[in-house]
Design a binder for this molecule. Structure first.
Ligand SMILES: *Cc1c(COP(=O)(O)O)cnc(C)c1O
Length: 396
């Protein structure tokens, strides 16, 4: 009998989600607005310490709204982390603007202040600053916000934080997603908490978020006859899903604790393996450890990341490579990109060497042991194969 599948980051319900859903049914609030939406927004602002929040249908929609609010349009440039999921940059294309990709730095895997500085300097020379900088906090690790904010403030360019993967992370005691002009969270099924699908736009600019609510509900002017003067979207979150979100938010802290402890178990079980380097937590941050990630130096480890992923897959374990940098994606062929250093392409190296291990907050101890055992065996087999080959040569 084959082992049941272990997923990378499956949904983890608390069992109490039905309470608010039932209430919504009983009061007939089955709409993209209602008391759960209002309450979910309020609860998020209290949790992260932002002035206001707008619940929307996805994290992607929240990024799109942020770009719209900043007036990004055709001919504009937007700087964006290159090592991320495509959703960070797709909304730049929705607006007809041009993405410029910024490399990672090795410590956090997130946007390199050095590469950003170079991009700004060239933008000044070319007399066209970007309209926004999208800073991604990958795998729950905060980017180096002090350095990035200093640069963006120096050039007067607003930051949109793509905190889709970093809800629950703090940087210097402040919640990830509350450093930029706008912050974006996602409640997709694989994220640290979920509404099945959904997102949140947060900001301290309450006027801007008022406009976000307007744009997200078809930009309807205040008139009884449905009058419209500008293009809007249908991006609001359903009152049913907001009910799920409220319950999930109550267990966010538990989910962070669980994922951090999953990281600790992997780390202590595997850190001695040669060539295995786990992503370290940046100083003065408390990251949510959304996914446990590491790089493998195949020259020392004796296995390639690909071989390891295949071995895990054979055991019915879902593990994945690190995101493919967007400047390498066919979709963004020809887009500009700034490397961390001359001949030092950090995101590309992370893509070649990095893997993500199953990290769901509902991963059982037994399941995690299966993952660890498979990794240990794969590495050990390859080491004994190698010594066999070497000793074989001796005999010749
Ligand atoms: C999941 C994710 C998004 C998109 O969120 P959706 O809610 O799925 O639209 C954006 N950026 C990053 C980095 C993500 O991981």
């Amino acid at each position: 009998m084959t082992n049941s599948r272990i997923y990378l980051s499956p949904p983890h319900l608390s069992g109490k989600e039905e309470y608010y859903i039932t209430e919504a049914f009983e009061t007939n609030w089955i709409a993209p607005l209602g008391p759960n939406v209002d309450a979910f927004e309020k609860e998020i602002t209290e949790m992260v310490g932002a002035e206001d929040a707008v619940a929307v249908s996805s994290g992607t929609a929240a990024i799109h709204l942020a770009l719209s609010l900043l007036g990004v349009s055709r001919g504009d440039k937007v700087f964006c982390s290159t090592l991320t999921f495509v959703a960070s940059a797709n909304p730049i294309l929705y607006q007809g603007a041009e993405p410029v990709f910024i490399d990672s730095e090795p410590e956090t895997w997130n946007m390199s202040p050095k590469a950003l500085k170079k991009a700004f300097q060239e933008a000044v020379q070319e007399d066209q600053l970007p309209k926004a900088v999208i800073v991604v906090h990958l795998y729950g690790q905060s980017a180096k916000m002090d350095e990035l904010l200093m640069l963006c403030n120096q050039y007067g360019v607003p930051i949109i934080e793509d905190a889709a993967e970093s809800l629950g992370t703090t940087y210097k005691g402040k919640a990830s997603g509350t450093f930029g002009k706008f912050g974006v969270f996602s409640f997709n099924g694989n994220k640290i908490i979920t509404t099945s699908g959904g997102g949140m736009l947060v900001s301290n600019d309450t006027e801007a978020l008022k406009q976000a609510r307007f744009l997200a509900s078809q930009a309807r002017d205040p008139a009884p006859h449905y009058q419209h003067s500008m293009v809007g979207f249908n991006y609001r979150m359903s009152n049913l899903l907001a009910g799920v979100g409220r319950t999930q938010l109550q267990v966010l802290i538990n989910r962070v604790i669980a994922r951090r402890s999953i990281f600790d178990i992997y780390y202590h079980a595997l850190k001695e393996l040669p060539g295995f380097n786990f992503m370290q937590e940046l100083e003065e941050t408390e990251m949510n450890r959304w996914l446990t990630t590491l790089t493998i130096d195949e020259t020392v480890a004796g296995v390639t990341p690909k071989e390891l992923l295949e071995a895990l897959n054979r055991e019915n374990i879902e593990a994945r490579p690190v995101w493919k940098p967007l400047h390498l994606q066919p979709l963004f062929k020809g887009a500009r990109y700034y490397a961390h250093g001359k001949n030092n392409h950090v995101a590309e190296t992370l893509f070649k060497t990095g893997i993500c291990l199953p990290s769901g907050s509902n991963l059982s101890g037994k399941q995690q042991m299966r993952v660890i055992k498979c990794i240990r065996e794969t590495v050990n087999n390859s080491i004994s194969n190698r010594s066999y080959l070497i000793s074989g040569k001796h005999e010749v």
